[in-house]
Design a protein around this ligand. Structure first.
Ligand code: GDP
Length: 139
């Protein structure tokens, strides 16, 4: 078949926010890991959508400030699309994606396309919407 265009994605977020679970859910079911262990440092994962092949670097944003500092400096001047997941929306005290975007002042991001989705990575809800958006941005 046609070779999919390869793109690279950085997945950043606080420890325990669900990064590994999200990426795992995006893989085909036969490639999904049953037991997710906490990510130490960073890991490399791959998944595909209809037209793209994604390579994901997962960094621990909090624990690894040196890495995330370098990343931030690196992406600052590029028009890279940013997808936010307001994950764990199933929790009773979860706040809405609109509220999250206000709290993070996302409207101040004017030099990059961005999108926020509420997600429940355990059920896989909201993930497809986000990845569809990302795929559109990368065509
Ligand atoms: P990471 O440190 O960001 O990679 O977070 P993990 O993917 O390891 O997830 C941390 C914990 O949160 C695990 O126990 C997951 O099962 C749980 N988790 C991940 N996503 C969700 C979600 O959407 N809802 C709920 N309730 N728990 C989640």
């Amino acid at each position: 078949g046609l070779k999919k265009k390869e793109v690279h994605v950085l997945c950043l977020g606080l420890d325990n926010s669900g990064k590994t679970t999200i990426i795992n859910k995006l893989k085909p079911s036969n490639a999904q890991t049953q037991d997710i262990v906490p990510t130490i440092g960073f890991s490399i994962e791959k998944f595909k959508t209809s037209s793209l092949s994604f390579t994901v670097l997962i960094c621990q944003a909090k624990a690894d400030t040196e890495t995330s500092g370098n990343i931030t400096t690196n992406i600052k001047h590029r028009r890279l699309p940013i997808l936010f997941f307001a994950n764990k929306m199933d929790l009773r005290d979860a706040i809405s994606s609109v509220k999250v975007s206000q709290l993070l002042s996302l409207e101040n991001i004017k030099d990059k396309p961005w999108h926020i989705c509420a997600s429940d990575a355990l059920k896989g809800e909201g993930l497809q919407e986000g990845v569809d958006w990302l795929q559109d941005q990368m065509q």
